[in-house]
Design a protein around this ligand. Structure first.
Ligand code: GLU
Length: 466
């Protein structure tokens, strides 16, 4: 039996949750959950100046919205600094790290000279092999003894083998002179202690991997499997940024994209399963594998996102969709729907969910349900309620009062009425939309009439006709 898979997402809480972080989290979640493994969350909050509570909270909200549940508690990297320091001291005790007493000025002078001589500016500390008796009292950092020759090969599951000449590695600092651990040490110690078996992350961390591997090797710890995924680009082939559109997970939530559609789209961003575009979570969990992650950066395609989201909305069960809509309305501070409105929504859902790409579009279509009498038409709808149209609506009312409320009967009635007025039903539609919904773009007039029922329909038409 191979070891159970353990993956993690390790965001730095320095702002909002980026869509790229969400994609990385999703890949790790799919990989672990699809294999009965564990998916962990570590907040990399060691940079005290930049980390904020708000940013950590945004990460937790983003994960919850996307349905990316993690095992156990979120781990704070900062809370584990004593453990990180302990590892540095162990390496020191084992002679795999050393105290370096060089001052900033000495290091700067070294670099200056190396640059002038056209040599590598990696600092070569004279303290690496200095006997402890020669150590002065005073401030020092702890550096790792990096290999000085040979090569390090990162066996990356996405990039293939990446070879680094060890001469390019420096004796990186593990502990600063104030005793605080550096980020690079923290990542390795945490991943080891958390039992992480697979590190799937952005390829902006590929160079870090070679340096992190030195620590694994020095500690005699098994390496994780590395998979560095290309970053997300905008449609123009440049790194995704605000210029292209929203980059924050919560912005997508607020724009009304369904989480299931978002997951589907993000999974397709850099990973593929044949020609499959639309798929469910269960399918993604079954299919996802590192081998099918592309080597070149994926481009964010807003149209494709919308299209997939529309398909997810259309395929969601009515009751589940209503639940999601309520949750969406709640984030913008809307009150829960009344029982009466809920039953109207239930009746209208099959029509509402067709062709709505976001919850915002769906709610827009449901305006005839959400609006209260007297309906306030918007500017465009108001222009359809001129004096002639109002007169026609007034004439129509008694016909509706005696009508049988079925689609065919209503169609026959309205078409017949239009003919009698020497016009077509199309001409009646605009004032009816205005009367029933206060809008010019609405679901079909018949759909609205059937959902609202005779009393409410007639009352709205009467309101508009007077
Ligand atoms: N904290 C890093 C980031 O937010 C991720 C580090 C890692 O995944 O190893 O980019």
């Amino acid at each position: 039996m191979s070891k159970p898979v353990v993956t993690r997402i390790a965001p730095s809480p320095t702002g909002f949750m980026h869509i790229g972080t969400a994609r990385t989290a999703l890949f790790n979640w799919l990989y672990a959950r699809g294999r009965g493994g564990k998916f962990l969350l570590r907040i990399e909050d060691t940079d005290r100046a930049r980390s904020t509570e708000d940013a950590s909270a945004a990460i937790l909200r983003g994960m919850a919205w996307l349905g990316l549940d993690f095992d156990g508690e979120a781990v704070s990297q900062f809370a584990r600094s004593a453990r990180h320091a302990e590892v540095a001291h162990q390496l020191l005790a084992e002679g795999k790290a050393y105290k370096c007493f060089a001052s900033q000025d000495e290091i700067a002078a070294f670099r200056e000279e190396a640059r002038a001589a056209g040599k590598s500016t990696h600092y070569r500390s004279p303290w690496r092999d200095a006997p402890p008796e020669s150590h002065p009292e005073g401030p020092h950092v702890i550096r790792i003894k990096a290999p000085r020759s040979g090569t390090t090969v990162i066996c990356d599951e996405v990039q293939g083998p990446v070879t680094i000449q060890n001469e390019q590695l420096d004796d990186m600092i593990l502990l600063r002179s104030d005793g605080t651990p550096v980020y690079m040490l923290a990542v390795v110690v945490d991943d080891h202690d958390m039992g992480v078996t697979h590190v799937i992350r952005g390829d902006d961390h590929l160079n870090n991997a070679a340096r992190q591997m030195m620590i694994y090797e020095a500690m005699g710890w098994p390496l994780p499997v590395y998979a560095h995924i290309p970053l997300i680009y905008g449609p123009d082939g440049k790194k995704l940024s605000k210029r292209h559109g929203a980059t924050g997970v919560e912005e997508y939530q607020q724009m009304g994209y369904p989480a299931a559609g978002m997951r589907n789209y993000l999974a397709r961003l850099g990973w593929s399963h044949g020609d499959d575009e639309f798929f469910t979570d269960d399918q993604a969990l079954e299919w996802f594998d590192i081998g099918a992650i592309g080597k070149s950066p994926a481009r964010f395609d807003f149209k494709k996102l919308e299209n997939l989201c529309g398909q997810h909305i259309a395929q969601t069960e009515d009751a589940a969709l209503l639940h999601d809509l309520e949750a969406f309305r709640a984030i913008s501070g809307e009150q829960p729907l009344s029982a009466a409105k809920i039953s109207l929504f239930q009746a209208a859902m099959p029509q509402l969910k067709e062709r709505a790409k976001t919850y915002v579009e769906l709610i827009e279509k449901a305006e005839f349900i959400l609006a209260e009498r007297p309906i306030q038409p918007d500017e465009k709808a108001a222009s359809a309620l001129d004096i002639v149209s109002r007169g026609i609506l007034k004439e129509l009312t008694p016909h509706l009062q005696n009508a049988s409320w079925s689609r065919t009967d209503l169609e026959t009635l309205l078409n017949g009425f239009a003919e009698q007025k020497g016009t077509k039903f199309g001409k009646l539609a605009a004032p009816l939309r205005a009367a029933l919904a206060g809008r010019s773009a609405t679901p079909s007039v018949f759909d609205m009439m059937l959902v609202l029922g005779p009393d409410e329909t007639i009352a709205r038409i009467q309101d508009a006709a007077t």
